[in-house]
Design a protein around this ligand. Sequence first.
Ligand code: ADP
Ligand code: MN
Ligand code: MN
Ligand code: MN
Length: 354
Amino acid sequence: MGRIKAEYIWIDGHKPTAKLRSKTKIIDGPVKTVNDLPIWGFDGSSTMQAEGSDSDCELMPVYFTPDPIRGGDNLLVMCEVNNADGTPHVSNTRAQLRKVAEKYKDEESWFGIEQEYTFFQGRNPLGWPEGGYPAPQGPFYCGVGADEVYGREIVEEHMEACMKAGLMLSGINAEVMPGQWEFQVGPLGPLDVADELWLARWLLYRIGEDYGVNATLHPKPVKGDWNGAGAHTNFSTKSMREDGGIKVIIAACEKLQKAHKRHMGVYGAHNEERLTGLHETCSIHEFRYAVSDRGASIRIPMATDKAGKGYLEDRRPSANMDPYQVCTAIVATVCGNSDSVVEDETEMVSETVS
Ligand code: ADP
Ligand code: MN
Ligand code: MN
Ligand code: MN
């Protein structure tokens, strides 16, 4: 096979919210396993990952999919960032999740993440009148019609691209605020869900380029009486999914309650603007879990309560969260105990890298 384009994608060192970066490497195909993809490098001084005097960072391919935009045998390649000596860079939050996922693999954790986002064209959310506001919220959630939804052609193209890449999307919907949408990834294991979410975000931004529209993950893109954007994180372990699992789910909620502050440290920057207690959220200063309650920190879905087994929905993570950090925190808290959590998260950056 001939030469192919491999888009190497990584997460930078921008604070408080990390950004995606990518560049293309032309390589000889075919690529059968991740080991066929060469290690590469980049200028870390341009991505807030190094000083100019010692600027080389390493890109280590860890996951790849077909590239649905370029087509053919071309690839998207998710990478971890390493220091020049091959050790994980401080911004490399995936390395931590790798360890925690391996440690608790017998629990068979599954995640389903609901990624909300808002389209912007120039300074306005897509479809909003220049410098003004649309009608109040109400008709837009799961709406249909040119006066209610904006950007569906981009959403459809993105969904198609994710499916062509083989990402495990579970659905999409228009959100409460006009111009705001959601896609869901999962259920998948911790590393897979996080890798796929980052790739799905990259595809969203990339496809938006073709329309002159950008997607923001800011948790409160418009101040006032407009819904914010979250990344509800649905979670289960094997024992939660088995008969009597509801007991395990309640025990998990109790552990998450004790760890509330620690989790909020990695659930996304500016999340306090969104978690106000209004607009289907619980205040950032409180923690409540309840069946079916969209004003709780953690919702136990009605079907889970009825069946006595299933999963929980952590409603706290914001749209701009780093799924490597959120999955690390949840697995460490729920599957570990108070001593092991400290150990599991020693290298966890307390400043949000998302
Ligand atoms: P909501 O009703 O909150 O809008 P969604 O349907 O948008 O929920 O998203 C629910 C997510 O939970 C989906 O990604 C789905 O795949 C995932 N999910 C379903 N069952 C489980 C489970 N047992 N463990 C973890 N995630 C799950
Ligand atoms: Mn949803
Ligand atoms: Mn939603
Ligand atoms: Mn939800």
